[in-house]
Design a binder for this molecule. Structure first.
Ligand SMILES: *[C@@H]1O[C@H](CO)[C@@H](O)[C@H](O)[C@H]1NC(C)=O
Ligand SMILES: *[C@@H]1O[C@H](CO)[C@@H](O)[C@H](O)[C@H]1NC(C)=O
Ligand SMILES: *[C@@H]1O[C@H](CO)[C@@H](O)[C@H](O)[C@H]1NC(C)=O
Ligand SMILES: *[C@@H]1O[C@H](CO)[C@@H](O)[C@H](O)[C@H]1NC(C)=O
Length: 427
């Protein structure tokens, strides 16, 4: 006889399963597919965005939506069409890959995230914090109050910031250009005291190089891309196919005057990757499958590491992030609240207004469900050239949109990224 308890447990298991993995793997209805096709193709035809590619997958890798629009140069209809195999600069989408590499070393007990960074990169012992500028225009520097730890590099709380999202660093870059022997860039704040988005994963890349003895791109090819079947000819230090575009102040989009150039030789861990949307999806898929690629069964992280680091909020609990109070307007810089210090490169933006936010070892988390959209604890991040993705471990879905346009956080591209999500969760 089946006990009541066993029945109850079975029911609970079924319910939990239905909630956590509704892997319905259904393709879009023709109506919903058309809604996306029309949305994207109209935006491209009206030149509201350059050529663009979009992909949404179920957890098992089956396709929800896969389509591309326009050409690699907005002004040249005879240039190559954008496809799912067009190589584009994915910039800060490099960061998640470098962080996965660091987690592999944590698994192998070769890296301790609580170690001070200076244990691996001695020059970090010497970094100063910038607090402002004297009346004569000299930077005011002081030693940091705390030692930065490796974990801070993954959560963007170590202190390095970019010149395009920090006024002091922007002014410092102008100042340093005039110095005969330029000192290293200071930290924007004391380590562990706030979210200062910046090149921290470039340092993390050097940590990986110091531990593995391999140059970062070689490490990533050997331990992440190679095993996943991602070719160094389509993702890595390769020539992009897509031209860069700029939205001018009057709103029109112009291609960069020069054709796509060879990327730099240096595999800087915060932004060096050129990639295709297909390859990046193959990198993201294992991350919503406990570290294992659903098609090849290749494991790039253990299930324990995936559980502990990918969709768990690691943002220091002692810090408050704006956006915690529903209905209240967010003010000032902070987690997910993006303030531009360079309008040519980026707009201002608030991610998930009124929604609790966190940061895992890889990406920004929405700590509450987005109604009709991604579930709570989904990850999202982006590259400055207007490339975006979300990964929803609970629903088992991911979506990516890629183009090549500055400034970052472009309203028209974000509208299309939103449309993709809206339609994907409507099916
Ligand atoms: C998406 O479609 C393109 C061709 O239209 C194809 O080359 C690519 O492999 C498809 N993506 C996936 C994930 O199947
Ligand atoms: C720290 O800075 C001093 C003075 O600039 C320099 O002599 C020293 O080599 C630096 N140490 C490290 C570990 O970079
Ligand atoms: C990359 O391209 C080169 C030159 O075309 C080729 O010899 C090599 O086999 C390719 N590598 C892979 C992994 O596809
Ligand atoms: C971003 O916001 C800051 C502070 O509110 C403002 O000074 C700046 O002009 C804004 N920049 C852009 C590009 O919107």
């Amino acid at each position: 006889m089946v006990s009541v308890q066993a029945l109850l447990l079975a029911t609970l298991a079924l319910t939990a399963d239905a909630i956590t993995s509704p892997d319905r793997s259904r393709p879009l209805s023709p109506q919903l597919k058309a809604k996306l096709d029309v949305g994207f193709s109209t935006a491209v035809r009206e030149k509201r965005v350059p050529g663009i590619t979009a992909l949404a997958l179920n957890r098992d890798g089956s396709i929800i939506y896969n389509n591309s629009f326009g050409t690699v140069n907005i002004d040249d209809p005879s240039s190559a069409p954008v496809t799912a195999n067009t190589k584009m600069a994915i910039a800060s989408m490099t960061k998640a890959v470098v962080s996965v590499a660091a987690l592999q070393l944590v698994e192998q007990k070769k890296l301790n995230l609580d170690d001070p960074i200076e244990k691996y990169i001695p020059s970090w012992a010497n970094l100063s914090v910038i607090t402002g500028f004297s009346p004569s225009g000299e930077p005011i520097l002081r030693p940091p109050k705390f030692k930065a730890k490796v974990i801070h590099l993954l959560t963007h709380t170590a202190g390095p910031a970019y010149f395009f999202d920090n006024e002091n660093i922007k002014k410092w870059q102008t100042w340093v250009a005039k110095q005969p022997s330029p000192p290293p860039q200071p930290l924007a704040a004391d380590p562990g005291t706030g979210w200062f988005y910046g090149p921290g994963t470039a340092t993390l890349g050097h940590v990986i190089e110091a531990i593995s003895g391999l140059r970062l791109d070689v490490y990533l090819n050997k331990h992440i891309f190679g095993p996943l079947g991602i070719s160094p000819n389509t993702t890595g230090i390769v020539k992009p196919d897509m031209w860069s575009h700029f939205r001018s102040p009057d709103g029109t989009i112009v291609p960069d005057t020069s054709a796509p150039v060879q990327p730099p030789d240096d595999p800087f861990g915060d932004a060096y990757l050129i990639s295709t949307i297909t390859d990046y999806a193959n990198f993201l898929l294992p991350l919503i499958n406990d570290g294992r690629h659903p098609k090849s069964d290749v494991q790039i992280l253990s299930p324990e590491t995936a559980k502990k680091y990918l969709f768990t909020d690691l943002y220091p609990k002692s810090l408050t992030a704006p956006g915690f109070t529903p209905g209240k307007k967010e003010a000032g810089p902070g987690l997910g609240n993006w303030i531009s210090s360079d309008p040519v490169l980026t707009n201002n933006y608030t991610f998930f207004p009124g929604i609790k936010k966190g940061w895992s070892s890889l990406w920004l988390l929405n700590k509450q469900d987005l109604p009709g959209r991604r579930r709570a604890m989904s990850g999202t991040w982006a590259g400055i050239m207007n490339t975006y993705y979300w990964v929803d471990d609970r629903s088992g879905k991911l979506g990516i949109v890629m183009t090549s346009l500055l400034p970052f956080l472009d309203g028209e591209v974000l509208k299309l990224f939103d449309l993709l999500e809206e339609v994907v969760y409507d099916c």
